[in-house]
Design a protein around this ligand. Sequence first.
Ligand code: SF4
Length: 262
Amino acid sequence: MKKIKKFIHRKTLIYKTEVEYGDYTMNHVLGCCHGCLYPCYAYLLKKRFGEVKSYEDWCEPAIVENALELLDAELPKFKNKIQMLHLCFTTDPFMYEYDEVRDMSIAAIKKINASGVKCSVLTKGVLPIELAQMSKDNEYGITLISTDEAFREQIEPGAAPWKERLSALKALHDAGCKTWVSIEPYPTPNIIKQDLIQLLEKVNFVDRIIFGRMNYNKVVTAYSDHKHFFNTCATEVIAYCDKLGIDYHIKNGTITPQCDTK
Ligand code: SF4
């Protein structure tokens, strides 16, 4: 297990967002030990605004020490407006091997549910089985873009091994929880050659699949056929989900018109 070495204090926590998973979000940690190299949009944002100095600084998470107090103060104000509170937008609520982050996330979800608000959760860590004791309206998700562990180590160096991630999600599904998978950012074949159907077969017990292309990456755009490739992948996801009765969402910008393939 790893210990948190940095602590910060914030004035506010809950805010409105445009993400598909929830209309409001909260980030009770600054930084993320997973250190994804897609690159991570949250890291680029925090670096641009001077909240973290470097990649190394980003990978050493700082916990918001007053996050639970902020929730107590803000939930009464927000609870009637929120459809779904998403954990998290710019960090990971179940950061791999950080018990302090996990414990704070569980405490936060308990408070949020106690105020009558449901949560969506997305992680590249390990979802704890204690979540099965919380509101069955919550939705628990993992990101999974590959079942190649060597590729996972290369592109998500600090995240949980994919099998650990997936078995924790399956355990929550088996315990009657709503589960989902985010297959995003899905890489092009010049980054890794893989079979999308095999990946879908690994996750086909979930209630919902979100699929999105890899963006912000020169290697992707160097793959001349990338638009056609993502269109084909999206078609495969839709057909697969339709066949099995799985809910799905294709992220904006993943499908582009066929005439716009140059
Ligand atoms: S898990 Fe999410 S927040 Fe953490 S480094 Fe990866 S992309 Fe960024």
